[in-house]
Ligand binder design. Structure first.
Ligand code: ZN
Length: 121
């Protein structure tokens, strides 16, 4: 992916990250969740101690979204952003525009959802 495209996506993701942190940060007022070890690997990705504080206190839904956004940001830095994690093919531009933190191409996303549905039975 071209560098100027990456910069655009990084801006989008950083904005999303900031919003999520703000959003879930509000929930902190209504009660703190237990510390979660799985969130600690986000430590290095969180840009500041300020973010890290919030990450420990997020609700599960917001936490999961933040994790995905942070993972996408990390891929922009380390490489591999925009490639499907399942088949390795580039994810369609339109899909990335709509979901910049998408991990899979649309075909794999569908296949995974199908597998989950089947497994849940
Ligand atoms: Zn794929």
């Amino acid at each position: 992916m071209k560098k100027d495209r990456l910069v655009q996506f990084r801006k989008k993701l950083e904005e999303k990250h900031r919003q999520l942190v703000e959003e879930v940060g509000k929930n902190v007022l209504y009660g703190k969740g237990p510390e979660d070890d799985s969130i600690k690997d986000l430590g290095d990705q969180a840009s500041s101690a300020y973010n890290r504080e919030f990450l420990f206190e997020l609700g599960n839904g917001g936490r999961q979204r933040l994790k995905e956004v942070a993972a996408a940001l990390q891929k922009i830095t380390e490489g591999g952003f925009g490639d499907c994690e399942r088949c390795g093919e580039p994810i369609a531009d339109k899909r990335l525009e709509a979901v910049p933190d998408a991990r899979y191409c649309i075909e794999c996303q569908r296949a995974i959802e199908e597998e989950e549905r089947t497994a849940a039975r």
